[in-house]
Design a protein around this ligand. Structure first.
Ligand code: NDP
Length: 386
């Protein structure tokens, strides 16, 4: 019987919800490109409920306990003597979401003698030391595509919010004011701007598709080029590298995984080659950009705005400079954890567990590391230290 250790974010401050803003979710059973949404044998939750917090338990308790497995759920993941560290010692499976990552460092993996499977209930497994997972034969799987469109919507929302100066204008209303000039002195139209994405995978391509109707110029860079038909349909300009692309762009959005090739990509040097007053939107991973370089660029005016929802570490400390830097549209890490996305990644987590517990292969597209090597989706989009 397996011990499953699940690290989830805390319940709402006023308690686990007893009612919801809406009664149902649209049914999405296929993603763009044809991949099916998760197909577990069953789920024990109602889609649209809060599943990602401690009391939501990703809807897993009934299924696991009925089969004789143990489920431990905690939000206490960091610091000496955390519940996570205590329970990890004999856990077979660890589950966490990138929004509240259980950092599976090399030391933790070495201390977890029974660990065989690390599931990311979401996308992005950089909170797991992949080199160590490979060395210890730990399988790493994530629910590929589950929240890619959720994030793409957030990128479009924050791009418009920055360019149109939405958040400061909303603040004027909350503060009882009406000074139009205060609102519009930094407000532009997106129309006609040049927008580029670093990576055109599931999220990056979805962002390009959603922005095309705004009559902007669209650019991308990626390790693999998109099919010519897609480039022509969307009028895309391909650039060999981020360095080649960013000087042409008014808005740059980052949609690549965090791995050795992308870590620290946006530092003073690259940001210095962007157009003065460009906007940078990063919902991928915080460590792809240099924290202090972003702060400096916003204060100098090199960047007109920065938005996203990814921080390091998570949760971000109260004195993190991105909370107080000017012209930002940051949120906590929420873009991929809408109630809509939660229903999909909870079902995907259940699907992965059903397969793994029954000794059946996990879907290739969910695998990041398996059998001591990068595998499946991980072999395509990630790299490890050489
Ligand atoms: P995909 O795997 O579909 O896309 C990732 C893309 O990044 C691939 O096209 C890959 O290229 C490309 N890529 C990898 N390395 C580089 C590089 N060095 N330069 C340029 N492109 C590169 O993943 P998703 O689009 O679904 O997600 C992307 C990332 O977004 C995730 O890894 C995660 O970190 C983040 N994310 C954030 C969420 C949030 O809530 N904020 C939620 C979900 C994801 P190729 O495969 O062609 O080599």
């Amino acid at each position: 019987m397996a011990k499953v250790l699940c690290v989830l974010y805390d319940d709402p401050t006023d308690g686990y919800p007893t009612s919801y803003a809406r009664d149902d979710l649209p049914v999405i059973d296929r993603y763009p490109g044809g991949q099916t949404a998760p197909t577990p044998e069953a789920v024990d939750f109602t889609p649209g409920r809060l599943l990602g917090s401690v009391s939501g338990e990703l809807g897993l308790r009934g299924f696991l306990e009925a089969a004789g497995h143990t489920l431990v759920v905690t939000s206490d993941k960091d610091g000496d003597g955390s519940v996570f560290d205590r329970e990890l010692v004999d856990a077979d499976v660890v589950i966490s979401q990138p929004f509240w990552p259980a950092y599976l460092t090399a030391e933790r993996i070495a201390a977890a003698g029974n660990l065989k499977l690390a599931i990311t209930a979401g996308i992005g497994s950089d909170h797991v030391d992949l080199d160590a997972a490979i060395a210890h034969g730990v399988t790493v799987a994530e629910v590929t595509y589950c929240n890619s469109i959720s994030v793409a919507e957030h990128v479009v929302m924050t791009t418009l919010a920055l360019v149109r100066n939405y958040l400061p204008s909303h603040r004027v209303v909350l503060d009882g004011g009406w000074n139009i000039a205060d609102c519009v002195a930094r407000s532009y139209d997106l129309e006609g701007m040049q927008v580029g994405t670093v990576a055109a995978g599931r999220i990056g391509l979805a962002v390009l598709r959603r922005l095309a109707p705004f009559e902007v110029g669209l650019h991308y860079t990626d390790r693999h080029r998109l099919p010519r038909a897609v480039e022509e349909e969307l009028g895309l300009t391909f650039h060999e590298s981020a360095q080649d692309m960013v000087p042409h762009c008014d808005v740059v959005t980052v949609n690549a995984p965090l791995h050795p090739e992308t870590e620290g990509l946006f530092g003073d040097k690259l940001i210095g080659t962007m157009k003065r007053g460009a906007y940078l939107v990063n919902t991928a991973r915080a460590l792809i950009v240099d924290r202090d370089a972003v702060d400096r660029a916003l204060r100098s005016g090199q960047l007109a705005g920065y938005a996203g929802d990814v921080w390091f570490p998570q949760p971000a400390p109260a004195d993190h400079p991105w909370r107080t830097m000017p012209h930002h549209g940051m949120t906590p890490h929420i873009s991929g954890s809408s109630l809509s996305a939660q229903a999909r990644y909870a079902a995907g987590t259940r699907e992965i567990l059903e397969c793994w517990l029954a000794g059946r292969p996990v879907r290739e597209e969910y695998l990041i590391v398996d059998g001591g090597a990068l595998a499946g989706a991980g072999a395509h989009a990630y790299s490890v230290h050489g």
